[in-house]
Design a protein around this ligand. Structure first.
Ligand SMILES: Cc1ncc(COP(=O)(O)O)c(C=O)c1O
Length: 384
């Protein structure tokens, strides 16, 4: 029985064949150290890295490719973004209850080490919208707003363009975690007034694991988290001011970035519209089928609201981890169970004690796979 992969929100799988080919080519044909020498192979590696920066800058509405910095994942990029801000005691940050721990934990750490204050906005408190709540929370100490573009638990899409208008008006730094949306929804940093954008290369952009990206607008001054060799300005005892070197100490993941370039090219040739439409079709179909099963409780936006291809649900009387294990072992279907690194979201949904089962779809998933999954859920239910 072929294996079904419904854990695309954690990492996309399978990757387009060209991604694997590009990784192999880097390893076998030119795997030298980019930016660490003038020889032919180093130059070739550097060209691939620069082309990837250029493609990413273009895709996300940034003029200067040198402002695109590579990390190993979104978590590292987000840590650089959040902990790189020069906070003073009493500074205030606005974030949301949707955040992943890769945003929340750095913020909580800064509460302890720098005595900053953080407001986590809950959507639709007392009927107020998220935008009204952001506006309401802003005070003279507010230095940054950090939000996830899309929830990895519920699939909710946050109104980043509208939040960007508010932060611009108040002169506040706007940081967006696009982990669930890069490669799925259009994002234009300049038009959306996003100052810092972080995302993984290994999810929607179809790159290999070990790739993450931080795009930092020219006017934003961050303190690097890591210091060391940059292959340039070696005589200087200080970290160079020049980007991307300032934020990229140590050897880059050339094979991973070569694979990411192939992933981006594939995404661009298919088109974001087509990808979103395909995923929306699968999501609508799956929600419809799940809602016909008694005892299933789903969380997140309604069917007619725009959302990501992420569905969280519980099955009455069945432990979520047990259900996920049976789906994997018996039906060969990969889903994720638990809190999905976002405990605040679960607190608001009332599922923080039990968690949810999460299915998430991608480019290569099909309606037939969802049919097989629905049959499996019905069968599991009948056993309990
Ligand atoms: C919203 C969100 N932010 C951040 C991350 C962390 O991404 P990475 O695993 O690349 O560090 C994830 C991963 O699931 C996520 O869903």
């Amino acid at each position: 029985m072929s294996y079904i992969y419904f854990d695309q929100a954690a990492s996309s799988f399978p990757k387009p064949p060209k991604v694997g080919e590009a990784v192999l080519e880097a390893i076998t044909e030119y795997g030298a150290n980019p930016g660490r020498g003038g020889h032919t192979l180093a130059v070739r590696a550097n060209d691939v890295i620069f082309n990837t920066r250029k493609k990413l800058a273009m895709m996300f509405g940034e003029r200067n490719p040198d402002n695109v910095c590579f990390y190993l994942n979104a978590t590292q990029a987000l840590n650089q973004a959040i902990q790189g801000i020069q906070f003073e005691e009493g500074d205030h940050v606005i974030s949301t209850s949707f955040e992943h721990n890769s945003v929340r934990r750095p913020l909580e750490r800064l509460k302890e080490t720098k005595a900053i204050k953080v407001s986590y906005i809950e959507p639709k408190v007392n009927g107020q919208t998220l935008l009204e709540l952001v506006e309401q929370q802003i005070n003279e100490k507010t230095k940054a707003v950090v939000v996830s573009h899309g929830s990895n638990v519920t699939g909710t899409i946050l109104p980043v363009e509208e939040i960007g208008k508010i932060t611009k008006q108040h002169g506040i730094l706007f940081i967006v975690d696009a982990s669930q949306t890069a490669g799925i929804l259009p994002i234009h940093m300049t038009d959306m007034n996003i100052d810092i954008l972080a995302f993984p290369g290994h999810k929607g952009l179809m790159g290999p694991q070990g790739t993450g990206v931080l795009i930092i607008k020219e006017h934003v001054d961050l303190v690097p988290l890591i210091y060391g060799g940059t292959g340039s300005h070696s005589e200087d005892i200080h970290q160079p001011l020049k980007r991307p070197e300032r934020f990229e100490s140590g050897t880059l993941n050339t094979p991973g970035i070569a694979g990411l370039l192939a992933g981006i090219e594939e995404i661009n040739s298919i088109g974001l519209d087509h990808i979103y439409e395909h995923e929306a079709k699968l999501t609508t179909y799956c929600i419809g089928k799940l809602s016909e099963i008694e005892g299933i409780r789903m969380f997140g936006p309604g069917l007619n609201e725009p959302r990501l291809a992420v569905i969280s649900f519980t099955i009455e009387g069945i432990d979520v981890h047990e259900a996920a294990m049976i789906l994997d072992q018996h039906y060969h279907i990969a889903v994720r169970a638990g809190l999905h690194c976002s405990p605040l979201t679960h607190s608001i949904m009332g599922t923080n004690q039990v968690g949810t089962i999460r299915v998430s779809f991608g480019l290569y998933n099909t309606i037939e796979e969802i049919d097989r999954f629905i049959e499996a859920i019905k069968e599991i239910k009948s056993f309990f």
